[in-house]
Design a protein around this ligand. Structure first.
Ligand SMILES: Cc1cc2nc3c(=O)[nH]c(=O)nc-3n(C[C@H](O)[C@H](O)[C@H](O)COP(=O)(O)O)c2cc1C
Length: 182
């Protein structure tokens, strides 16, 4: 299983990246090969059709190719103003151009928020955006991590063991969905 991961937060000490680290470990324990597509390093331009018309830049083409080569994606995003981060939306917009790189992909979505709603509103938006691109996402379980400041131990593990159980179930079931659909 080839998995690529995308984190919608660029922040160095991002809680969402902490969640992504745990998700990566779970995927690797299920024998997946995991590659992180770090949006901060890739530094995609803001989508602009003038740029596309002049020729999609090399870093965008490489980003698209890596997504196309993967079986499953894990997308982790903070909730920004009840939606997904602008960086993630921009990345998805580029993935949708010059051929839909997300067509028929199986994706696990998850997120951490500072407050009590655990990115539920942002994840609902993410589901809607990805549905435009023919992406398969499980309806359950939902990985909603609330109260970020209390959610992780010093070693990066969850303070609530139930969160680890949900994460393992989400990733295992997403892999099974991919295997059923392929
Ligand atoms: C622009 C912006 C908008 C935000 N909007 C929301 C929001 O709508 N809901 C929410 O629960 N938290 C919101 N937050 C707080 C985030 O949950 C918090 O900053 C979180 O730590 C971001 O994730 P990160 O640690 O992975 O960067 C917002 C933060 C920013 C910077």
């Amino acid at each position: 299983m080839q998995v690529t991961t995308i984190c919608g937060s660029l922040r160095t000490n991002s809680f969402n990246r902490k969640l992504l680290k745990l998700a990566t470990k779970v995927a690797e324990n299920l024998d997946a090969q995991v590659e992180d597509l770090d949006l901060k390093k890739i530094n995609l331009p803001l989508y602009d059709q003038d740029i596309e018309d002049a020729g999609i830049p090399a870093n965008v083409l490489d980003f698209k190719k890596r997504v196309e080569q993967s079986d499953v994606l894990i997308i982790v995003s903070p909730e920004y103003n009840y939606s997904i981060s602008g960086n993630l939306q921009n990345a998805i917009d580029w993935l949708s151009r010059g051929g839909n790189s997300l067509n028929n992909k199986t994706v696990a979505i998850m997120g951490v928020s500072a407050g009590p709603f655990g990115t539920v509103r942002g994840q609902n938006h993410l589901r809607q955006v990805l549905s435009a691109l023919n992406v398969q996402i499980l309806t359950q379980p939902q990985m909603l991590v609330r109260f970020a400041a209390q959610a992780f131990n010093e070693d990066g593990s969850f303070t609530d063991p139930k969160s680890q159980e949900v994460l393992e179930k989400l990733i295992k079931n997403t892999f099974e969905l991919h295997n059923k659909l392929k």
